[in-house]
Design a protein around this ligand. Structure first.
Ligand code: MN
Length: 388
């Protein structure tokens, strides 16, 4: 497949420290937040949502110190409540993200407010941020389950009040790529503000929906590292950035070579393990076991990898795993790396042992390979020869 050039630019709004931290059973302490923000900033992330300043004193302090220490636009979250907005302003952020529920189910059974009240408070909060001279983003929470004409009414009201960004959140992850695109285009027809999207992964569509948002004219997507966040999580930083770079051929200005380092840092601080088969950053993302795949990749990595995305691009490395599905190419390679000089028949004999061992769900480590090499009688490279 050839790259498309249908996107002009892709901006990244990282919410690892806010929605990501709202992952069940997860919290970041002050130092965790500072470390994650520092790396996001060094990598060139456009906006860092550092937290919810009104939440607590330590949260306020973390947001405030991140705002002072980073070059990125720092954002603080606020409900459409005067004290929330004031706390965000006082924390010294560059952007305040105000949100209010707009779906009937949330207005009735979560906010306990009327549609009219939601609009009035949204406009008031946007004005409060504007008066403080800061950038303002507004989110109609649960936009994808909000009555469309009411959504348009809210969008027009906050646009009139001078909002800079309208974020369209798929709060409960129910969007599909084509429906979401339609919604983004509709919003675009009713505002001059820039559009941002926030997608959730309840059906595994978060990244697809974010990319669909960009295709429909959104300027920015909210992501979290490793896709952590409420319930099944958010669109993953690494997936959205690499899709933009590798599949859409857009330069995000983000240093992608530190993506693996970032993923591991967030894995450690959040204590949420990265699934081995996770796109881009999972341990298996660039690993090959089956004989046909491994042999192909050894000859030309494009045979069984995306080609447009390499492990080097994300700071990872390629791995040839030995096990039940292994072929002779991987075994010869590993034996040679371990300083053996196997004949073809010896490679076949070791491969047979590896496959049997792997079939028992055992891990074929280097010491196992060495044991098999001894068993088969493979000779080692002469130590004299190595010195020369
Ligand atoms: Mn969310």
């Amino acid at each position: 497949m050839t790259n498309t050039d249908e996107l002009e630019s892709v901006r990244i709004f990282d919410t690892t420290l806010r929605d990501g931290e709202q992952s069940p059973r997860t919290s970041f302490d002050y130092n965790d937040k500072r470390a994650i923000a520092e790396l996001l900033d060094e990598m060139g992330t456009h906006v860092i949502e550092a937290g919810f300043p009104v939440n607590s004193d330590p949260e306020f302090e973390a947001v405030s110190d991140i705002a002072a220490a980073t070059d990125a636009t720092t954002c603080g979250l606020a409900r459409v409540v005067e004290t929330d907005v004031q706390a965000a302003i006082d924390a010294g952020v560059d952007m305040v993200h105000v949100f209010v529920s707009t779906s009937d189910v949330q207005l009735q059974d979560s906010m306990h407010a009327s549609r009219e009240e939601a609009v009035t408070r949204a406009v008031k909060s946007v004005e409060q941020v504007r008066d403080a001279g800061l950038e303002v983003m507004f989110s109609p929470m649960d936009a994808t389950r909000t009555n469309e004409s009411f959504l348009v009414e809210v969008v027009e009201a906050v646009s009139e009040a001078g909002v800079d960004w309208i974020n369209i959140p798929d709060t409960c992850g129910v969007a599909t790529p084509s429906r979401f695109a339609k919604l983004i285009r509709l919003v675009g027809e009713h505002t001059d503000a820039r559009i941002d999207v926030h997608t959730h992964d309840d059906f595994g569509l978060a990244t697809a929906n974010a990319m669909s948002g960009f295709e429909a004219g959104a300027h920015q997507a909210q992501v979290s590292v490793n896709g952590i966040g409420e319930r099944a999580g958010n669109a993953a930083f690494e997936e959205v950035v690499m899709s933009a770079e590798s599949l859409y051929d857009v330069d995000t200005d983000i240093d992608t070579t530190r993506i693996t380092e970032l993923a591991k840092l967030v894995e450690e601080k959040s204590t949420i393990p990265i699934p081995v088969n996770k796109a881009v950053v999972g341990d298996n993302a660039f690993a090959h076991e089956s004989g046909i795949h491994a042999a192909g990749v050894m000859e030309n990595t494009d045979t069984f990898e995306p080609g447009v995305m390499t492990p080097e691009m994300v700071g990872a490395s390629r791995e040839f795993v030995l096990g039940k599905h292994t072929g002779t190419h991987s075994v010869r390679k590993r034996l040679e790396e371990l300083n053996y000089e196997p004949s073809d028949s010896e490679v076949r004999a070791v491969t047979k042992l590896v496959k049997e061992f792997g079939a028992e769900k055992e891990q074929v480590t280097d010491s196992v390979i060495a044991r098999f090499a001894e068993e088969v009688g493979v000779s080692e490279v002469d130590s004299e020869e190595v010195r020369v």
